[in-house]
Write a protein that binds this ligand. Structure first.
Ligand SMILES: [Fe+2]
Ligand SMILES: [Fe+2]
Length: 174
């Protein structure tokens, strides 16, 4: 039997699935940044990618997801908490950029990794879960499309290993 290929744009992907591709890459890099056994060279190289990806992800998420979520009364405080966590990470990244002492750098990068990890867990298990219950599928699809359209214009695409079923979509639109 012939396999039918449908256009990727007609497949529905949840907002959680969409954001998880970046989250998965971020989490893998966080493991390196937190690790006590990785050397500083490896951590510096990983941090260069991590900071680029985090900036691209956070900005896109704010524009495509948080803006919508902040209009839903019951989600407002959780959304503002998430915005604040992005801002804290941004501040810490600024500090890290001018940290010359290696031990201080390692400490700051570890704290950043731990705080982003915590943020991702809460985002996936609380914010996005509650958001999904308060929007319909059409709104969710619009949010996903908006996220992908903005995200493809920014650096650091999801690694092919994690792009999974959504890979075609990103490739087509970039
Ligand atoms: Fe976030
Ligand atoms: Fe996120």
């Amino acid at each position: 039997m012939k396999k039918i290929h449908t256009s990727s744009s007609h497949r529905f992907h949840s907002i959680l699935e969409t954001l998880k591709r970046d989250h998965t890459d971020l989490r893998e890099m966080i493991e390196v940044l937190k690790s006590d056994s990785e050397n500083i060279r490896k951590k510096k190289a990983t941090y260069a990618d991590f900071s680029k990806l985090l900036k691209a992800h956070a900005k896109t998420e704010e524009q495509a997801v948080y803006t919508v979520a902040s209009k839903i009364e019951s989600l407002r405080s959780a959304v503002f908490e998430a915005y604040e966590e992005h801002a804290v990470a941004e501040e810490l990244m600024k500090k890290i950029s001018y940290t010359r002492d290696d031990d201080r750098w390692l400490g700051r990068v570890k704290v950043l990794g731990e705080s982003v990890e915590h943020h991702i867990i809460e985002e996936e298990s609380e914010l996005l879960k509650n958001l999904k219950q308060r929007i319909d599928l059409k709104q969710e699809q619009e949010m996903v499309d908006h996220f992908i359209a903005l995200r493809t214009r920014r650096p650091m695409k999801p690694s092919s290993a994690h792009a999974g079923v959504l890979k075609d979509e990103w490739v087509t639109q970039s």
